[in-house]
Write a protein that binds this ligand. Structure first.
Ligand SMILES: [Zn+2]
Length: 403
């Protein structure tokens, strides 16, 4: 598929999203303020607002008394246009969150299962029950739902066998669609964190953002020129499996020296084991409980914990320098284990120093490195909302995942 030239219809479609995001950022705004915030002409903004009013996506809030000039009509996103639901699924864990149509969270329901839920019927039942429970808490009904987004860990390739809950979802997506009778979009966490930054985070003020997810695995959600980068097969952003150390540590992907083997949670634990063999925290399972315990040890001044955190920040900074060289972002937004409150500032300052010192040429000029206030669940809700916008014909260019 070649990259088709944008038609004027597509450009209007892009601008609609730009106006919606500006309105979401402002809370309440006017046509002329939106023109100023987006750089679009007042005429273009007025036409777009007219379309959005027609579909009930935006509502007028009445006359705002301005200090200068005549009163002007206020606008905001219509939070009650409908509801959007996000699901996050792992083998034994299901999180369901109901959002309003301005991406505000209304209710979250978390369910865990003793056994992995693998059978397709059981997975579908699990999802339907969780949906009804979450809708009940949000005082909403299925009729209110504009779209559903499902966030699945892992890649975007359809698996051959249903070995896990995510793979069961992939294989039985059509059955799930039929059972729900609602529009569903499935996406991976990297696209979701990038979309969350676009709607609710750094993407509101910068067109080039890298959202870095730091968990058991690590990856990057990329925004370039105001749009999420997906790649040919939705696989862009697998920065965790780019090379940090030639012939370095073994990565869970089977290769050696990947970024993830150093800055994923098991990698952080390995770094502690390398500097302090036999440290009691190295016996813990490498999950977020380990991160919490390491954070506590860091706060208590345990020199091994401090050394491991600082070394990890150096690895992270070095790996991010490659992203800066490739993508020349304005903002790197970190989310995940870095948010362990005790060390966030220390990690950010080491990462900043390393990236700013090592980035080539002018790539790091004006680069901001910060913690992200968003998460993948926000992003999958925004993707489901974009899908709704596409379904009603207001968005033509937004690239959604193939399924
Ligand atoms: Zn790897």
């Amino acid at each position: 598929m070649s990259a088709a030239r944008l038609t004027s219809r597509d450009i209007r479609s892009e601008s609609r999203l730009v106006v919606m995001r500006a309105l979401l950022a402002a809370g309440e705004s006017t046509r002329s303020e939106l023109a100023e915030a987006t750089g679009l002409s007042l005429g273009t903004v007025s036409t777009i607002v007219q379309d959005l009013l027609k579909y009930g996506i935006v509502v007028e809030t009445g006359l705002l008394a301005k200090t200068v000039g005549r009163p002007t009509t206020g606008l905001r996103l219509n939070a009650d246009r409908g509801r959007v639901v996000g699901f996050y699924l792992e083998d034994r864990y299901l999180e369901t969150t109901v959002f309003d149509a301005s991406l505000g969270r209304l209710a979250t329901v978390e369910v865990t299962s003793e056994e992995p839920v693998e059978d397709a019927d059981a997975v579908i039942e699990w999802i339907l029950d969780a949906l009804d429970a979450a809708l009940g808490e949000a005082r909403a009904s299925r009729d209110d739902i504009l779209g559903i987004g499902i966030l699945l860990p892992g890649g975007m390739q359809r698996p051959v066998k249903a070995e896990t809950v995510p793979s069961a979802i992939w294989l039985h997506l059509d059955r799930l669609r039929d059972s729900l009778g609602l529009p569903i979009v499935v996406d991976n966490p990297l696209k979701a964190i990038a979309t969350a930054e676009l709607w609710l985070g750094a993407g509101r003020r910068s067109a080039n953002v890298v959202a870095v997810s730091l968990g058991i695995g690590v990856g990057a959600g990329i925004i370039q020129d105001g749009a999420v980068v997906r790649g040919a097969t939705d696989a862009a952003g697998e920065w965790g499996h780019s090379l940090l150390a030639f012939e370095g540590r073994l990565c869970q992907c089977g290769r050696r020296g990947c970024v993830e083997a150093y800055v994923g949670v098991p990698g952080v634990q390995q770094t502690l084991a390398d500097t302090a063999p036999g440290h009691p925290l190295t016996a813990m399972p490498p999950d977020f409980d380990f991160i919490a315990a390491l954070s506590e040890a860091f706060t208590a001044g345990d020199p091994d914990a401090v050394a491991a955190v600082e070394r990890t920040a150096e690895f992270l900074g070095a790996a991010l320098t490659d992203l800066v060289a490739l993508l020349n972002p304005e903002v790197i937004a970190l989310t995940g284990w870095d948010s362990a409150a005790a060390w966030r500032e220390r990690v950010l300052s080491i990462v900043r120093r390393r990236v700013l010192d090592d980035a080539p040429g002018d790539a790091a000029v004006d680069l901001s490195i910060e913690g992200s206030g968003t998460c993948g669940m926000d992003g999958i809700a925004a993707i489901a909302y974009e899908r709704f916008m596409r379904d009603i014909g207001l968005v033509t260019t937004r690239v959604l995942p193939a399924l």
